[in-house]
Design a protein around this ligand. Structure first.
Ligand code: ATP
Ligand code: MG
Ligand code: FE
Length: 347
């Protein structure tokens, strides 16, 4: 069947269509401009924006795929983690559609979506692989076997801020526009990363090998900027140095996790995987270590509906039991729940 995926956990409204692991078409609408003057996502504004954007996003995804609503054979929707009100808009819409079309409904963990995004470009994930999830709310190293059957093994997490959060907050201090990650990436092109010395947190021999910390790096970058009070801040250099520090720590630990566990494939997913330096440094270091690297195209790294459809498609093909129509949102769904309902899968 053709699976329609719906994503509304934060400020992107996404709709995507997937059949048998292949992306047929997708569309994303973002309310980020409406949040820009507040410097961060305002939940109430996000919910309202999803309400307006959901139907047009589904329409555009169908148009791009050359399909009609009646071609949809299953609906998958993000149930969490994310903003409660935002999630509820997507879940309500998905329920209504599934009920009206008389097709099964599946709830999807947002982070399983980020992981599955890569399968749309590069095919099924190898078993095992190490996954680095780097996004606005998460920075985690995972050992993944069969996403549809096996529990995800959690290797490490950030102890404080997520990598994307670090980009977003430092960008604000640098006077760059919201959202900060893409703005830092753009500004860094003209900068010299060696012009500013920034720390590489938790990379010492006695530090937890797979734990991350970005709040000290954020503070160090802010201190550097404060040193320019009254003078013009060399933003490009600061951006380049910040990006280099984040990319260095992320890729160093991810490659070490592969090496330590004898795993031959690293998968980097989530919004920060769109970062040009994270991509190029991961490429460099994986090549040197003889590790295969998989990173989704930038448009599938940030939130989208295609990745949710990809998980729905995996669930459908694994024979997972559909969700009941009283399916509820799970705003703080833990990462452990990202494995695709192994108990619901039929033999
Ligand atoms: P989560 O997935 O953890 O719930 P989220 O859905 O808000 O959080 P994503 O959409 O996956 O996060 O990613 C958004 C984050 O990615 C933001 O912090 C944004 O600044 C960052 N980001 C996007 N593009 C880039 C880029 N080119 N360079 C660095 N960061 C980026
Ligand atoms: Mg977003
Ligand atoms: Fe996300």
């Amino acid at each position: 069947p053709i699976v329609l995926g719906i994503e509304s956990s934060c400020d992107e409204t996404g709709a995507g269509l997937v059949r048998d692991g292949r992306l047929l078409g997708h569309a994303v609408a973002s309310s980020m401009d409406e949040h820009a003057r507040y410097g961060g996502v305002v939940p109430e504004i996000a919910s309202r924006a999803h309400l307006h954007a959901l139907r047009p996003a589904i329409r555009r995804a169908l148009d791009r795929a050359g399909l009609r609503l009646s071609d949809v054979g299953a609906v998958a929707v993000t149930t969490g983690p994310g903003l409660s009100g935002a999630l509820q808009v997507g879940v309500a819409g998905a329920k209504a559609l599934a009920h009206a079309l008389g097709v099964p409904l599946h709830g999807v963990h947002h982070l399983a979506g980020h992981v599955a995004a890569d399968t749309l470009e590069h095919g099924p994930l190898p078993d095992p692989c190490v996954v680095l999830i780097v996004s606005g709310g998460h920075t985690s190293l995972l050992l993944v076997r069969d996403l549809a059957r096996d529990p995800i093994v959690h290797l490490g997490d950030t102890l404080d801020d997520a990598a994307g959060e670090c980009f977003d907050k430092v960008a604000r201090v640098f006077g760059l526009p919201y959202p900060g990650g893409p703005a830092v990436d753009r500004a860094a092109r003209e900068g010299d990363p060696r012009a500013v010395a920034l720390p590489r947190p938790l990379t010492g021999p006695r530090d937890a090998p797979y734990a991350f910390s970005f709040s000290g790096l954020k503070t160090a970058a802010a201190r550097w900027a404060e040193g320019y009070a009254g003078r013009e801040l060399p933003v490009a250099d600061g951006a380049a140095a910040l990006q280099e520090a984040v990319a260095d720590v992320l890729t160093r630990k991810a490659v070490a996790a592969c090496r330590d566990h004898g795993v031959g494939t690293l998968v980097v997913v989530g919004g920060v995987a769109a970062n040009s330096r994270v991509r190029s440094l991961a490429e460099e270091r994986c090549r040197a270590a003889g590790i295969a690297l998989r990173v989704p195209p930038p448009g599938l790294c940030t939130d989208n509906g295609a990745m949710i459809a990809a998980v729905g498609d995996l669930l459908v093909r694994a024979g997972a039991a559909p969700a009941p129509l009283d399916l509820s949102v799970d705003p703080s769904a833990p990462l452990e729940r990202a494995a695709l309902h192994p108990v619901a899968a039929t033999a």
